[in-house]
Design a protein. Sequence first.
Length: 415
Amino acid sequence: MNRALDALGLDTDADERAIKRAYAQKLRTARPDEDPVAFQALHEAYQEALLWVRNRTQWQEEDGAEALSAPPADNSPPGPPALYDSHSSMDHMPVLHRPCTFDTDLPDDVVEPSLNLPRFARLLINTATDADPASFEHWLAHRPELWSLADRPRIGDVVLQQLLHEGRPLCESNFDLLGRYFCWDEIRADIDPYRVRARRNLLHRHWQLQPRNHAALTAALDRPHDRVSAIEAHARVERLTRPWHWLQSLLSASVPGRAATMRHTMQRLGVHGVRDTLAPLDGDQVAFWMAISEPRRFNLMKMQVAIVRCLLGALVVLAVLAALALLGDAARPIAISTSSMKHVAIHASVVIVSGVLMLTPFVGGTPSRTASAPAPVERPSPLDGLGMLTHGPRPRRPARSFAVVRQMDPGTEGG
């Protein structure tokens, strides 16, 4: 019996449908995530059995074609025996088709195409971006490209390189699932776990900012001491993502307490400067809110917000005075003379005119992206852009502990 068919529990007359049915039954007890060695042997037996059945079908078709093309039998009486000929008729018989073995070259339609690692890695990352963790885990378990024990590490390396170099919005649950599936958390000399962890957090923050993940964004902003509703979370992110408009941003920042609220929001999103801006955040908006919320530091943006607040206050005063003037002396709720109202109106008008003149040079301007938060000086790292070690760490000078021991214990001098 054929070895592959014997492993599947089939006879030699089994067809492809029977082989696939037997393989599906055996797969229930030899799953790749539970027993990868048994699954690898089962998968090889399945491929070998399919190949044997296809070759057997080809042999049968060729034998049938030769039988149809053979000449009819000659029923005439035999003639006299011919003289002895040293050349036997077997020397001129055509060479029949030899059975194809597994060591010979296989036809092109039987050999499976080679795995395109970059293309499959992109497919895997796209699926991880769009799927929830449960669906993505089910997808990984049923991809035949990941069943091979030899191909899985190669696929994992390509996926990690693409995530470190390019990356797409990816939730931390799916990233951790990939890490466990491809063993990225194991100690390896070519991967820096801190760089992988930083990339994981960055891709997760990018994933939270996407419009379809608004629920996850709300959960990230909500705190027990600072409750944030879905509407409030949407409003905060809207202030950071809309295109820059000078007057609109100044009016929004004039609301008391909003600057501190936006600073806390950016900190919870991992945005500590313009360099941390991720799509769909706007760099000018991030620089603006970082500048006006920076504590104990005066800048031009803070001055503009203060002027706008003074203008709004003066306009409110003028509106109140106009309403009191329309009511008349008898109907006014407070005792204030007309002359006093005129003096207050004059002062408010002066404030408005002065504020407009002071804001005129800044109309339509954009915030400075470099003055909001200086970039920290990072220590040099022996890592390239992909998180791979390009050279070993510089050896440190040994501590002079032996000299200290000799000074504390004179008995060590004699050996």
